[in-house]
Design a protein around this ligand. Structure first.
Ligand SMILES: [Zn+2]
Ligand SMILES: [Zn+2]
Length: 216
């Protein structure tokens, strides 16, 4: 059944995750290796806040994409508004650009569980209790735009599009040159952090984003 490198690398890390999360055990679904069981959310004093039943399946290109997470305890609705894909019911852990950034150097399974899956479910619990998300990010393209507005610190979509085009060429500006955004500020005082963050994405990542954002 383990017929891809991604699956093999995933399986190699399952044991470690089970040690820190005893509720999760290894299983195989339709030939795909995964983890199945309970994820416990605890507070700083190790008190139990909430539990989610999950199935987490490997991807063939693990560790360069997120494993696929399903909430199978019916605590959250299968609804885009709840960051659950209505197509097959898997959880929308992050927007695609943020997933690309998180995965560019490869992830670890335990890091994924602790830093992505648990915060996702904390956010779901918060929403169930309070009626809104603690960390709101819209689903889909709207969420992408929110992410880019944050990253470029602007609401100007034209600046964002031109900025992404510039960054995709990966010609790092001189620190003292004027910023590529046209603000008249020195690059190092303006969009250097944005450049450093996004320029790590691959050409394929940029091509995909340009297609979705309608950048030519
Ligand atoms: Zn979403
Ligand atoms: Zn700038």
């Amino acid at each position: 059944m383990v017929n891809s490198d991604g699956y093999r690398l995933f399986v190699n890390q399952v044991e470690l995750v089970s040690q820190t999360n005893p509720g999760l055990t290894s299983f195989v679904k339709e030939g795909i290796p995964g983890l199945k069981g309970e994820i416990n959310l605890v507070d700083d004093g190790n008190g139990l806040i909430d539990t989610y039943s999950v199935e987490i399946l490997a991807t063939s290109n693990f560790p360069n994409s997120f494993p696929v997470v399903f909430e199978v305890g019916k605590k959250i609705p299968i609804n885009y508004d709840w960051h659950v894909y209505e197509t097959d019911g898997h959880c929308c852990i992050k927007t695609t650009p943020e997933e690309m950034l998180a995965c560019k150097k490869g992830i670890t399974l335990s890091g994924f569980i602790e830093e992505e899956v648990k915060p996702y479910f904390f956010n779901q619990t918060f929403r169930r209790l309070n009626g809104y998300f603690y960390q709101e990010r819209s689903h889909g393209l709207k969420g992408w735009i929110e992410f880019f507005k944050e990253t470029f610190n602007t609401t100007d979509m034209n600046l964002i599009k031109e900025g992404l085009k510039f960054i995709s060429k990966k010609q790092k500006p001189d620190r003292v040159s004027l910023c590529f955004c046209g603000s008249g500020e020195k690059y190092r005082k303006c969009h250097r952090d944005t450049y450093d963050k996004l320029s790590t994405l691959s050409t394929t990542d940029f091509e995909f984003m340009f297609e979705v954002l309608g950048i030519d």
